[in-house]
Design a protein around this ligand. Structure first.
Ligand SMILES: [Zn+2]
Length: 236
């Protein structure tokens, strides 16, 4: 894990650090709407539950792979739900694609509860990775498989093959971060609300141990100017 995602920390520590770092700059659960962009996989639900324990009920942004899949109508709903009766409310957005790493170091696999052989994590990103290697990325969105085909077209451009599942997972993170900010900036949410976007990769170890590779926490001021909080620099 540390070779592929150096600086990863337990998910609970990650969320505690986000909570305290954002609390220090005025993010209060009473006036914050959390939006969460993580994969549908049941392995991600502990993370979602912890976000809700710390910040209150959360709006789901993503489908397979963790990249936002809600479309313009969904974004309109999410942004309409930010608290405002106490003045400037806050929008806290998490964007974290995920990957499994088993105890023996196997990347992209998880032995799940009640099973004795591993399955792919993330299943959707693994399927897209396999398609990219075989050259079978679809040419258009399939309405009967729209999340996976749309994601494949988004992540594998011009037949460019990712070198590894880790690279494809980071590409999913890049796409997630771009899409989160595109939606926020298009609606200029920062004019009326504080905005924080936390991006990284969620890593599932054996037996339900969750970790996070924390890549960035970005804030905007009321003009939309972004700055990063350096919350995860390891102390020596
Ligand atoms: Zn997944």
């Amino acid at each position: 894990m540390q070779a592929a995602f150096p600086g990863s920390i337990p998910a609970a520590d990650y969320l505690d650090t986000v909570r305290s770092s954002l609390g220090a700059v005025g993010f209060d659960p009473e006036t914050t709407l959390p939006l969460v962009s993580i994969c549908r996989d049941e392995l991600t639900t502990n993370f979602f539950a912890r976000v809700q324990e710390q910040w209150g009920p959360a709006f789901t942004l993503a489908g397979l792979g963790g990249v936002p899949a809600l479309g313009a109508t969904g974004w309109g709903a999410a942004f309409a739900h930010i608290p405002y009766t106490s003045g400037r409310g806050s929008l806290l957005v998490f964007g974290l694609p995920h990957i499994g790493i088993e105890d023996d170091g196997t990347v992209g696999m998880t032995v799940r509860e009640g099973q004795d052989s591993p399955t792919s994590t993330c299943g959707a990103l693994t399927a897209i990775y396999d398609m990219s290697q075989r050259g079978t990325i679809p040419n258009e969105v399939d309405l009967d498989d729209f999340e996976a085909t749309k994601l494949a077209l988004r992540l594998v451009v011009d037949g460019h093959k990712p070198d590894s599942l880790v690279d494809l997972t980071v590409a999913a993170l890049d796409a997630t971060e771009v899409d989160l900010w595109a939606a926020i900036d298009a609606q200029e949410i920062w004019k009326d609300h504080n905005v924080a976007v936390c991006c990284g990769v969620q890593i599932h170890g054996h037996g339900g141990k969750d970790w996070v590779w924390p890549r960035s926490i970005s804030l905007t001021d009321a003009t939309g100017e972004r700055r990063q909080i350096d919350a995860f620099t390891p102390t020596a």
